[in-house]
Unconditional design. Structure first.
Length: 337
């Protein structure tokens, strides 16, 4: 059994939104990241599904000076700008653990807002979260061990330098040559980079093109790759190869990007709520007027709480873990927070 001191342990909570799962760590203390999670290989080991807790990513969450925030670390230890499913989980976590500010902004994340009393149990709580992609409005409904959360995403951008993508003009259903394939793609920034295609492709083609496009040199910061199909005028299916994660059950920003691509390419009506069906379930997405926010609504659920012995993943002991000489299941205890 571990002899780790309290300073060598990390308390966490596991959440999921449509099967997109996350390890949530309270990080209101500024040194939590620097002290425990600054090395990408440590985060990757914690997120490993065979030797760690297992997750699509790790979310740092808390409230500093009355402002709730989220910081995202992918399963490979890289840091993306934004995660829509993750933000729903973080909002639920702060609500169910009683950490939300007593007063919350209710106006647009892009404008000065009035303030109103918030609630942290049943009912609705609306507030503004700080993220790596800027402020995002969040509304929680009927919060408990699970809840429905609406996120006011940032306004999408098709400007090549904002995505970013190496192109002279916005890519909207534009041809892109990839390994002998000519795909028609739309490149969208939702605070993080996305490329979406509605081309009919086989499973084998998608399996090959997802990781290939993620690292395509024309996307200098990498890209999330969405394979979409319209199934009705207000519905589409979507599979996402997520940057730094791989194939995922759901991707909130990916669903928003696909909805934007559907509207901009004339496949869907602007202002109408679209049902985006992902492998893990359905998100509701509404694309507003040009330059306006996109709204995404979906579930979040608390799974369990636990305490992690960090020395398993840090220093020389990490090598022992991966060589199989240290029993990891003896070093991770799952119990009440």
């Amino acid at each position: 059994m571990s002899n780790a001191s309290p300073a060598e342990t990390l308390r966490f909570a596991k959440y999921e939104g449509l099967g997109n799962d996350f390890i949530v760590v309270d990080a209101s203390a500024p040194d939590v990241f620097d002290r425990s999670l600054a090395r990408a290989e440590v985060v990757a080991a914690i997120c490993d599904r065979h030797r760690g807790i297992g997750a699509d990513g790790l979310l740092l969450a808390g409230v500093i000076h009355g402002v709730p925030f989220m910081r995202v670390l992918n399963a490979d230890g890289s840091e993306p700008e934004m995660c829509g499913n993750g933000l729903r989980c973080v909002a639920l976590h702060l609500a169910r653990t009683g950490q939300l500010p007593e007063r919350a902004e209710t106006e647009s994340a892009q404008t000065e807002g009035t303030q109103t009393e918030g609630t942290q149990t049943e009912g609705t709580h609306t507030l503004i979260f700080d993220t790596g992609a800027g402020p995002h409005g969040v509304t929680l409904h009927a919060v408990g061990e699970s809840g429905v959360v609406e996120v006011q995403m940032r306004a999408p951008s098709l400007v090549p330098s904002a995505v970013p993508v190496c192109a002279l003009a916005p890519l909207v259903d534009a041809p892109l040559e990839v390994d002998g394939h000519t795909l028609r793609v739309t490149a969208v920034s939702m605070g993080n980079p996305h490329v979406v295609t509605f081309d009919v492709l086989s499973i084998a083609e998608r399996l090959a093109l997802g990781p290939r496009l993620e690292r395509d040199a024309r996307f200098p910061e990498g890209v999330n790759v969405g394979f979409a199909q319209m199934t009705a005028s207000d519905a589409l299916t979507l599979h996402v190869f997520e940057r730094g994660v791989g194939w995922t059950e759901a991707c909130g920003t990916g669903a928003c990007a696909a909805a934007v691509a559907a509207v901009e390419s004339g496949r869907a009506e602007r202002g109408r709520t679209l049902r985006v069906a992902l492998p893990g379930g359905t998100l509701l997405v509404r694309v507003g007027a040009p330059g306006a926010s996109v709204y995404m609504t979906g579930p979040a659920r608390h799974v369990f709480d636990g305490t992690l012995a960090l020395d398993v993943f840090q220093g020389t002991l990490a090598l022992d873990v991966f060589q199989g000489s240290l029993a990891l299941d003896a070093r991770v205890s799952v119990g009440a927070a």
